[in-house]
Design a binder for this molecule. Structure first.
Ligand code: NAD
Ligand code: IPM
Ligand code: MN
Length: 359
């Protein structure tokens, strides 16, 4: 197959983990006979510096001319005091909105080789396998008015019935292909948007009689994610709750550096990016865990291109390297060898080749 991918490395560790993911992508291309045309473009702080915009028109054009988008991370202290429209994060929000990528899919799966790296007890973290489905283009992040004055600040929380329906339907569909359980997380004891959310879930569930549904308040969900994470299969929630709960859930796996994500709409087009940010504290040190970015490429191959064996090959290669005892510094535990980002990627590529030869 021949595909065009827009590659947006961004800031901080974004370029390091993106380069790693692209190397793995190229090894898959070579092994499976695909051609991936890569269009590199700027986003975030690096784009602000070069073009005075966190999402330049050239970048949007490169993405429009592509079959999928691979993104690293944006942000950094250098741009923290910029006005809202010149912040790196605005580039990310705008690209999600521009392409209507309303469904952010964030799988959280315990890795057997990393159980010792999780701050949770092994018996709590083991066998966890859930997907957080986060609404991505609505809610507090986008609704107007949004403004600041000397004496006060306003953010607005709005959800339309249609916005809720489409993300809830997406969660039901995903649950159907898994263990058939949806946990809808809201704050319906306080928020009007959450009351509507709960109503919509109740309405839509009639179309999915094979799926079990439960409602959970977000504060209690934050607790249960840590005390009893195995009870979750598919978690569906609004934009900001999903942002917070997914970083929290990442600790089950041992590190935020393990979580990939797909931001999609219904036609298969998507943006693939790690859940983590630009990690300024470790940027430029060849220390970042590239797993989240590499696993995001696997999600791209499976979801946007239908390349199932190729996606599994990447996932198995990452797991294989971790099982062999190699990991980056964020995961260090007794008995493991801490390696650099580059060495970790080399090992993943060797593993892809080894799997291919043994097939
Ligand atoms: P962060 O996710 O960048 O980092 C949180 C902690 O996790 C840090 O200690 C970091 O070193 C560690 N970490 C994150 N990813 C890692 C990896 N792959 N390997 C090893 N360690 C990793 O969150 P933050 O520090 O709160 O934010 C930093 C910047 O990133 C901010 O400007 C923020 O706006 C931005 N951000 C961007 C995205 C994105 O682009 N999708 C997501 C979150 C935060
Ligand atoms: C994420 C990030 C972004 C978000 C920020 C950087 C805008 O935290 O992708 O999880 O909050 O959506
Ligand atoms: Mn986040």
């Amino acid at each position: 197959m021949e595909k065009t991918i827009a590659v947006l490395p961004g800031d901080g560790i974004g370029p390091e983990v993106t380069e790693a993911a692209v190397k793995v992508l190229q090894s898959i291309a070579m092994r499976y006979g695909h051609t991936f045309h890569l269009k590199h473009a700027l986003i975030g702080g690096s784009a602000v510096d070069a073009h005075n915009s966190p999402l330049p028109e050239e970048t949007v054009a490169a993405c429009e001319a592509s079959d999928a988008i691979l993104l690293g991370a944006v942000g950094g202290v250098k741009w923290d005091n910029h006005p809202a429209h010149l912040r790196p994060e605005k580039g990310l929000l705008n690209i999600r909105k521009h392409f209507d990528l309303f469904a952010n899919i964030r799988p959280v799966k315990a890795v057997p080789a990393l159980l010792g790296s999780s701050p949770l007890k092994e018996e709590v973290a083991k066998d966890v396998d859930m997907v957080i489905v986060r609404e991505l283009t609505g809610g507090l992040y986008f609704a107007e008015p949004k403004r600041r004055s000397e004496k006060s600040a306003v953010d607005t929380l709005v959800y339309t019935r249609r916005e809720i329906e489409r993300i809830v339907d997406q969660a039901f569909e995903i649950a159907r292909g898994r263990r058939g359980k949806v946990t809808s997380v809201d704050k319906a004891n306080v928020l009007e948007t959450s009351k509507l959310w709960r109503e919509v879930v109740e309405e839509r569930k009639a179309a999915y009689p094979d799926v079990e549904v439960e409602h959970m308040l977000v504060d209690s969900a934050a607790m249960k994610l840590i005390t009893d994470p195995r009870r979750f299969d598919v978690v569906v929630t609004e934009n900001m709750f999903g942002d917070i709960l997914s970083d929290e859930a990442s600790v089950i796996t041992g590190s935020l550096g393990m979580l990939p994500s797909a931001s999609v709409r219904t036609d298969g087009f998507g943006l693939y990016e790690p859940v983590h940010g630009s990690a300024p504290d470790i940027a430029g040190q060849n220390k970042a865990n590239p797993s989240a970015a590499i696993l995001s490429v696997a999600m791209m191959l499976r979801h946007s291109f239908g390349m199932h064996s190729e996606a599994s090959a990447i996932e198995e290669a990452v797991m294989g390297v971790l099982e062999d005892g190699y990991c980056t510094g964020d995961l260090t535990t007794a008995g493991k060898r801490t390696v650099s980002t580059e060495t970790f990627v080399t090992k993943v590529i060797e593993e892809v080749e080894r799997e291919f030869v043994s097939e």
